[in-house]
Write a protein that binds this ligand. Sequence first.
Ligand code: TYM
Length: 341
Amino acid sequence: MEEKKKVIFSGIQPSGNLTIGNYLGALKNWVKLQDEYDCYFCVVDLHAITVKQEPKDLRRRTLEVLAIYLAAGINPDKNTIFIQSHVPTHSEATWILNCFTYVGELERMTQYKSKSQNSGGGESVRAGLLNYPVLMAADILLYNTDLVPVGKDQTQHIELTRDIAERFNNLYSPTFNIPEGYIPEDGAKIMDLQNPTKKMSKSSDNPNSYILIMDSPEIIRKKINRCVTDSIGKVKYSDDQPGIKNLITILSAITGITHEEIEKKYEGKGYAQFKSDTAEAIINELRPLQERVNDLLKDKKYLENIYKRGAEKAYYVSSKILRKMQKKIGCIPVSRSSESY
Ligand code: TYM
């Protein structure tokens, strides 16, 4: 008998244009894991509205993120690819899980602390920003997920997901699988090109601080050329040289060449050649992906087919767990005429 595959769930917010941080921290690993696991890859549009969004931009970016998943090599015939707002069980489960989550836990999340400060703090912080990790917990727990491949910045949210799941399981009876995070060895935290002590982020105000998956070769060359380094002049993977360390991480995550080999290759050569080679490696990695994204975006019917199919499967699987949750907490079950989407 064929052994049941373990389950992966992961997602990316269409809250800005995706960066090579999203690519190297998440997407590239999803592609590597997709054959071994039963995977759910979601475009988490409801997460994106925790900060202000222009509706037409959100629609455009949601489709673009979906196209990027496919262009990066996620196979739609083997994986479930869907848009979060198409599957209402996520919002329903979030409400229930909210009732098993403490405000103090949510206020301790570092992402909440920094994002709430950015949005003015105090009265003007949206409740959705505080509750965001509960929606993420619902995403993960609704599929009996075993593994969540993400970048390092998400580890605190996964810890919280585990705590909520364990709390629910202890109060009632085992309901949820307890998921594990899966953080890549290289690329787990790509840093800001202008301030390499900060994470590269799609929501940064300074376009020179990030490289977008869809940036043109000229822009990529310019951004790498201008990125902040130091005056030491040695290509070394060291905390004293965060800018250079970040470029080594990027080059290594793309090419698979180890940090030591990179240091050796550029010994005594300064930064110019190293920067230029790093830019070319990024360009070569992204070029075929960008061409596929542009082709895919011309075929909206094809994309629609994929996200419709994905939503049906995701709804079918997640509604079983949602009903289990409802039953355990005391909601009266109702037999429905159809279980279909
Ligand atoms: P988001 O949209 O901020 O980022 C998507 C993925 O990209 C990773 N990432 C990075 N990795 C390395 N270096 C960086 N500079 C970098 N920036 C982003 C993130 O770690 C993430 O893996 N809450 C999540 C989305 C989400 C989710 C989920 C993830 C919602 N529900 C369920 C997993 C499972 C988020 O905001 O990711």
